[in-house]
Design a protein around this ligand. Structure first.
Ligand code: SAJ
Length: 435
């Protein structure tokens, strides 16, 4: 089978880098996105998201004629679906995944499908989504045979291959990570694995579609549960007067202990979302997974309470009026060294503080040129690190390189809450010292 023309449906944080990497191998890629602004931006050789090295890769791919964007699907050999899988409507306590974007993508490509095509779902999905996708395609194209009915000899092959790349390091991980490929049939899996081997240097490991779906959800749930443990330890240690950062360094000296880092909460659109896909399908049995979600979701409120206590301490120590206190929040992104504010616990903390302490919050975010309206409308101001050092309470929320490298000193009348362990001295001395 030849892979001469690849169509990527959904040109977001996963679809666009994937399209660019494939195009950089000299293969024709057609990117499809329903947002005309995204299509126009890419066709001009520009990008609408921030990811290291992506801009130059997309620019070259467009200029060299290997990457083109369009709002309407066209014929191709392989269709990669990388559309969002959010929760259903806001306020949905059951966190049921919304597959409507996948359904719409299937319906949009169905009319251009040809015998021999391979359709791969990359979106993180609940177990059974790939089977549903195959069903939606089959319903729209009764003239073609699909693997769920025709087995190995089907006209169209369908597989799931979840994306597993880390924002901030996407272009490297797209190539170096192993891929888990789960087809509706063995032939679907093999064909998808051969396709990925065009640009993936890691191994392509073959399984079935349901296991591949569950594998992705399991990876992110594993990380969420482990971060919840670290976050819970940080709260317990605060109560018991133990430095959690020193504690974790010491405990991690044990050969079978590897505790992750506490933080202000878990952000992003993956780790805080995917565990719910498991919980919504197995609600009775997912007790640990759900508890981890609650622990991580409650961490920003704990941070906010601690900051309010520190403001009280400053008032007592200095005799200042509350209206004269300044709170500096260092970092707004959902994690270090990226500009992404979506689902960011640092944003949640800063927003709440800016409402409580109107016109008194200073925010530092090296990756922003202006503050989001939600913060500026509450009188928060974007400042540099040196100005932030003049504040009364310093709240360190994101360990961006610029913040870690800055020599932060907390004066006698100042207070600091370090949610990322940046200010903690290295108190773990090995003896005899290794030279
Ligand atoms: N975090 C901590 N402490 C830690 C590690 C992370 O508080 O020790 C926080 C971060 O600050 C951030 C959140 O967790 O707010 C998530 O960050 P992350 O770096 O753990 O993960 P993401 O969301 O950027 O990417 C994850 C990755 N999954 C795993 O590492 C298992 C990535 O490989 C997936 O492709 C991605 O989710 C995805 O798209 O699903």
């Amino acid at each position: 089978m030849e892979f001469n023309r690849i169509s990527v449906i959904g040109l977001g944080y996963i679809g666009l880098p994937t399209a660019a990497v494939i195009a950089s191998r000299g293969i024709e890629v057609l990117g499809v996105d329903s947002n005309q602004h995204v299509v126009d931006t890419i066709n001009k050789g520009n990008i609408h998201i921030v990811e290291p090295e992506l801009a130059s890769m997309v620019h070259s791919a467009v200029v060299d004629g290997f990457l083109r964007a369009t709002a309407e699907p066209e014929q191709a050999d392989v269709f990669l679906i990388a559309v969002p899988t959010p929760f259903k409507a806001e306020g949905n306590d059951d966190h049921v995944p919304d597959l409507s974007y996948i359904e719409a993508a299937c319906k949009s490509i169905a009319h251009v499908l040809q015998k021999g095509n391979l359709v791969i779902l990359e979106s993180t999905s609940p177990v059974g989504a790939t089977e549903k996708m195959a069903q939606w395609l089959a319903e729209t194209r009764p003239d073609l045979s699909f693997p769920q009915y025709a087995g190995e000899g089907s006209d169209i092959r369908v597989a799931h291959c979840p994306e597993r790349v880390l924002p901030g390091n996407i272009l490297q991980e797209l190539v170096s990570n192993d891929r888990v490929v789960g087809g509706i049939t063995n032939r679907c899996s093999t064909m998808a694995a051969v396709f990925y081997s065009i640009f993936v240097k890691g191994e392509c490991i073959v399984t079935n579609a349901r296991t591949a779906e569950m594998c992705k959800l399991t990876e992110n749930s594993f990380r969420d549960v482990n971060i919840a443990f670290a976050n819970e330890m940080s709260i317990i240690c605060d109560e018991l007067g133990v430095d959690v950062w020193e504690l974790i360094k010491l405990a991690n000296r044990h050969p079978r202990v590897n505790i992750l880092k506490p933080g202000p909460g878990v952000g992003g659109h993956c780790i805080a979302v995917d565990p719910w896909f498991i919980a919504s399908q197995a609600p009775e049995s997912s007790r640990l997974i759900k508890t981890a979600r609650y622990v991580n979701d409650e961490k920003p409120s704990w941070v906010i309470r601690k900051v309010k206590e520190l403001v009280e301490e400053v008032l007592t120590a200095t005799g200042k009026y509350e209206k004269d206190v300044r709170v500096a929040c260092l970092g707004l992104a959902f994690k270090a060294n990226i500009d992404d504010l979506r689902e960011s616990p640092a944003m949640e903390v800063t927003l709440e503080l800016s409402k409580t302490f109107k016109n008194q919050v200073w925010a530092v975010e090296p990756y922003l040129e202006e503050l989001p309206e939600s913060l500026s409308s509450n009188g928060a101001k974007l400042v540099g690190l040196s100005k932030a050092m003049e504040s009364d309470v310093i709240v360190l929320l994101v360990d961006h390189k610029e913040i870690v490298d800055y020599p932060i000193e907390v004066g006698p009348n100042q207070r600091a809450l370090d949610t990322r362990g940046v200010l903690t001295e290295n108190k773990v001395f090995a003896f005899p010292a290794k030279g």
